[in-house]
Ligand binder design. Sequence first.
Ligand SMILES: [Zn+2]
Length: 135
Amino acid sequence: MQRDRSNTLTVVRQAGKSCPDCGEQRPADAFYRRPDGRLSTYCKVHQRQRSKASYRRRRQDPAELVRMREQERVRKRTTRARLSKLDPEREARLRKSRLAAVRRLIAAHSDEYRALLEQERCADRGRSGGGQGVA
Ligand SMILES: [Zn+2]
């Protein structure tokens, strides 16, 4: 009799496996699937915990933080480019929403806004040198 390897694999997948962090047998759908189709070592809950911990740990290292930020910039730029190709009006729409939100924020906190604006103007006069700014 010929053994069907894919059938064996299906049985294994349905049976699930045990997560080293839980220490108990879990169904296959409690695990993320790797790109190669195999189940991850840890269950979804513990995989997320471990990923979060690893992310925080990596960001503690200044060189790694710089590298991660650059990766994030590249990813955001790529995503933005891809989305505006699919929807050319997207950027304009987002700009309009941002502007509307800023206007509402200013209207809701107008005294605070004026005070901050005045502070910035004073700081700007200080930055432009000697306080004798051109009017
Ligand atoms: Zn687990």
